[in-house]
Design a protein around this ligand. Structure first.
Ligand SMILES: [Zn+2]
Length: 109
């Protein structure tokens, strides 16, 4: 006899605008995670809901972890490797100042 089971699935997805993190413009990345678990057929709604919440948390942590991993490398200054703010793109404010100063000095007259 086949044992009957209830299946609970939870998923989490997120679209990340890469330009926001200093990546290429107009490009986005999609992240998706889905977890499921089987419960005995006699499980009540409360158990199913608890399971769903736990699976959803797992999926969210998985996705957020991947987003963090991707964007943390993007947020680094390409010159000094220090963490740059979102609006700084690939060059931190400190290095940008240096570059702009150098540009000015190299200006031919
Ligand atoms: Zn820098």
């Amino acid at each position: 006899m086949k044992e009957l089971k209830k299946s609970v699935t939870a998923s989490y997805s997120r679209k990340v605008n890469l330009a926001h993190y200093g990546g290429p413009q107009y490009e986005s990345a999609d992240f998706f995670a889905s977890f499921s678990e089987e419960l005995p057929i006699e499980s009540d709604k409360e158990t199913a809901l608890k399971t769903y919440k736990r699976l959803h948390k797992q999926a969210r942590e998985e996705v957020e972890g991947c987003v963090e991993e991707l964007t943390s490398s993007m947020n680094k200054c390409s010159n000094c490797g220090k963490k740059a703010k979102n609006q700084d793109k690939l060059i931190c404010a400190h290095c940008r100042k240096g570059f702009e100063g150098a540009k000015k000095n190299n200006k031919p007259f």
